[in-house]
Design a protein around this ligand. Structure first.
Ligand code: PEP
Ligand code: MG
Length: 763
């Protein structure tokens, strides 16, 4: 055993590597005991601690030493302590990490002779919390006095989160004892599960041409319409290539961009156009088929010519065709590789535009090297119902094209080449998840007749894609609190016309639950770049031309959207309300109001209500000027958290800084709700936190009564409303507002939720 007091600051990469190697080591073990032993060895050796141990709680809640590096090996399974004893007990009892350089001076220090730990002076302990329950503690100790650096504390907390999930999986997959199963997977990658569900399939990396097979036939819409679609798609594809080529040229020089210029030329080729026209006119083929076949004709001629150079040209034609087919709306995403299962799409980064074009019938899961929980690509993946794990370190280098992966979007695990036993376990878990959902429904049915205990709550749904509207209705949402129209725009290949938008909004309004439908105006820019919009090379897009700023910079686009909304609302006689994203100045609301009034006057209908999103902290300081300009207020906590805390919500490197449970966020929400109440305003909350049981509980405690959540969260949130004791909310509010850190806030909320509706922690 070595004594060590690291002095040099440790590299951040050391922690990342530790996380990755721990996951790998655990994947290679066959039982929970081995997995824990591998973990404690790695942590102690890599970080130079004299001791690293894991204690697990037994059925009585006592802590039992389960693995150790540095304490007496015989103590494993023997050392047992109630949570009321010692520093480890304190960590479990308070569900709170503890790091101290002088453990022996701490009032809760207790000496356990069985472990021989009197020699250890410094102590760090992190609770292992699984679904709101403390299931154990990870501890580290050093002989010499050691001050734990802040980034190490964060790294150990992240590691604890990983360990707790691994424990869960290992417990189920590989019970120790005789007849142990073999190693369950070739490797285990751990990231952040951002879209729930499980997907099993073979890896295809983004960039693989999906469009080499003939497109699925669709009905012929008439000669004129098909030729128009072709012309529009070609223009859009050419524009997209131009932008792309310019970007590549600026970054890597003209030679690198040459291939895109070639594709651009081919798309403009009059011979190709003539062939497409002939197929539409003479064979009554829809644009997709005509494009596909016309290029096949060209390729057949070129291939016949023989020399390699000419064959290369054929490949260029096929690549250009892929661009054109994409612009015609043929689903992107890789083709299903041969063999069982669908496609697991692998990418370093996945943009919202790429995600919007994925076909959930082909893509069974998404894995990416970067990304975060509230990034729009993740929100879209949830909308599409595609399980996703993001922020997997070294993903691209670790996984090969065609490899078989099982992706667990709930826990953030990716099993490489999983053994049959893992697949079987996950099938069983699917059953368990459905059973948990049934428990929530049964609880709700049992409690609902008594009426809502928290009075006056209104539950609305957030939707991005039209199919979610059906789900919102089925789950009992009282209306739509947020329709993110940019997802529709992201699925287009050119600016949609007023007519196309009217058709889309009408379909949406017909499918929506009865009640208000809050339609948010195009919230593009930032991470949501539309390929057909003018490109701006912004150094800081999240602080740049995004949301309403972007919309108002394209007056014709703004006008067209408002006109289409007014028209669709009038035709459907729906309770449409128009929401403006990322307002920071009164003139933005005035400008949109003007468009709304013009469009309404032209249609001869009264203007629809106009709302403002509170997403920028600056709104809080100019309420007296902004409120008179808005008919309603909706809080976007995703962006509000980002801007209030100065943390990029898409950047996994600063993930630990991003939390809607940060005291600053909660205090801002509390202040705002109180202030709005004095004006007789009742705001709604549509950020992701409203759909999380802990977040919903926090918002109820702070006095919010209108929550807009993703469709799947409507039922659990309704259940929560029936379970919470309204009389206890003021005390909870006080406790939440007094908590000094996000972890403290979460602990307070977890306790309250455990009392009110424990089954929601399992759901
Ligand atoms: C928000 O920011 O909270 C919000 C609802 O908008 P989006 O997540 O689409 O940015
Ligand atoms: Mg937002």
């Amino acid at each position: 055993m070595t004594t060590s007091e690291p002095v040099a600051p440790r590299e951040e990469g050391l922690y990342l590597l530790l996380l990755k190697d721990t996951a790998d080591a655990v994947a290679g073990t066959a039982s929970l005991d081995e997995a824990l032993a591998a973990t404690v060895d790695l942590v102690a050796e890599r970080l130079g601690f004299d001791v690293c141990s894991v204690y697990l709680t037994d059925e009585r809640g006592d802590l039992v030493l389960a693995a150790t590096h540095g304490l007496r090996p015989e103590a494993v399974g023997q050392v047992r302590m109630p949570q009321s004893e010692g520093l480890t007990g304190l960590v479990a009892e308070g569900e709170q990490a503890l790091f101290t350089s002088r453990a022996d001076e701490h009032p809760r220090f207790k000496f356990f002779p069985e472990t021989g730990e009197e020699r250890f002076r410094s102590f760090g302990g992190v609770p292992l919390v699984r679904r709101g329950r403390c299931v154990g503690v990870l501890t580290v100790q050093t002989v010499r006095e050691y001050r734990f650096p802040a980034n190490e504390v964060v790294a150990l907390q992240t590691l604890a989160g990983q360990v707790v999930s691994l424990i869960d999986v290992k417990r189920r997959l590989a019970p120790s004892g005789p007849g142990r199963p073999a190693t369950p997977a070739r490797g285990l990658l751990v990231g952040l599960g951002t879209s729930p569900g499980v997907g099993l399939g073979r890896v295809a990396a983004l960039g693989v041409d999906p469009l080499r097979a003939p497109p699925t036939p669709r009905p012929f819409a008439g000669e004129a319409e098909e030729l128009l679609r072709f012309a529009r798609a070609r223009d859009a594809a050419v524009r997209e290539l131009e932008v792309f080529a310019a970007q590549i040229e600026a970054e890597h020089g003209a030679a690198a961009a040459a291939i895109f210029r070639v594709h651009e030329e081919l798309l403009r080729d009059p011979d190709l156009e003539a062939r497409v026209r002939a197929r539409v006119v003479e064979h009554a083929e829809p644009a997709e088929q005509a494009v596909y076949q016309a290029v096949e004709e060209v390729v057949a001629i070129l291939s016949g010519a023989g020399p390699a150079k000419v064959r290369e040209k054929a490949d260029d034609f096929r690549d250009a065709r892929a661009q054109l087919l994409r612009a015609l709306g043929v689903a992107a995403g890789p083709a299903a590789p041969d063999g069982d299962g669908g496609v697991v799409l692998l990418a370093e980064v996945l943009t919202p535009a790429q995600t919007a074009h994925l076909d959930p019938a082909r893509v069974v899961a998404i894995v990416t090297q970067h990304g975060s929980e509230t990034s729009h690509a993740s929100i879209l993946a949830r909308s599409l119902g595609i399980p996703a794990v993001v922020a997997i370190p070294d993903l691209v280098a670790s996984v090969a094209e065609g490899e078989r992966l099982l992706v667990d979007g709930d826990n953030g695990f990716v099993f490489q080449d999983p053994a049959p036993q893992i697949e079987a376990e996950y099938r069983r878990r699917g059953e368990a998840a459905r059973a948990a959902a049934r428990v929530v429904a049964a609880e709700l049915a049992a409690r609902a007749p008594a009426g809502p205990l928290v009075a006056g709550v209104e539950l609305l749904a957030n939707v991005g894609l039209p199919h979610e509207l059906g789900a919102a209705r089925e789950h009992g949402a009282a209306g739509i609190g947020l329709l993110r129209t940019e997802f529709f725009f992201l699925q287009q290949h050119a600016w949609p016309t007023v007519k196309e938008q009217v058709a889309f909004y009408r379909r949406a309004l017909q499918a929506a639950p009865r009640g208000p439908v809050v339609v948010r105006l195009l919230d593009a820019g930032g991470d949501k770049t539309l390929p057909y919009a003018p490109a701006h090379d912004e150094p800081n897009p999240i602080l740049g031309l995004r949301s309403v700023r972007f919309l108002l910079s394209q007056p014709e686009v703004a006008r067209a959207q408002v006109e289409a909304l007014v028209e669709a609302a009038a035709l459907e006689q729906a309770d449409v309300r128009v929401l403006v994203p990322l307002v920071t100045a009164g003139w933005e609301l005035r400008a949109v109001r003007e468009l709304l009034e013009e469009a309404s006057a032209a249609r001869g209908v009264p203007p629809r209500p106009l709302g403002m999103m509170v997403e920028a902290p600056s709104v809080l300081y100019q309420l007296e000027h902004l409120l008179p300009l808005a008919d309603f207020v909706s809080l976007g906590t995703n962006d509000l958290t980002q801007y209030l805390l100065a943390v990029d919500r898409d950047n996994e490197l600063v993930r630990q800084y991003y939390s809607p449970y940060h005291p600053a966020v909660l205090r801002a929400l509390d202040w705002l709700r109180t202030r709005l109440a004095t004006e007789g305003r009742r705001p709604s909350v549509c950020g992701e936190m409203a759909g999380d049981p802990l977040g919903a509980l926090a918002l109820l405690a702070l006095g919010y009564r209108t929550l807009s959540v993703r469709p799947r969260a409507v039922l659990p949130t309704r259940c929560l409303v029936h379970c919470v004791d309204e009389a206890a909310l003021p005390a909870l509010r006080a406790e939440v507002l007094a908590a000094p850190t996000p972890a403290d806030v979460e602990r307070v909320l977890r306790r309250a939720l455990r009392q009110a509706a424990p089954f929601l922690l399992e759901a």
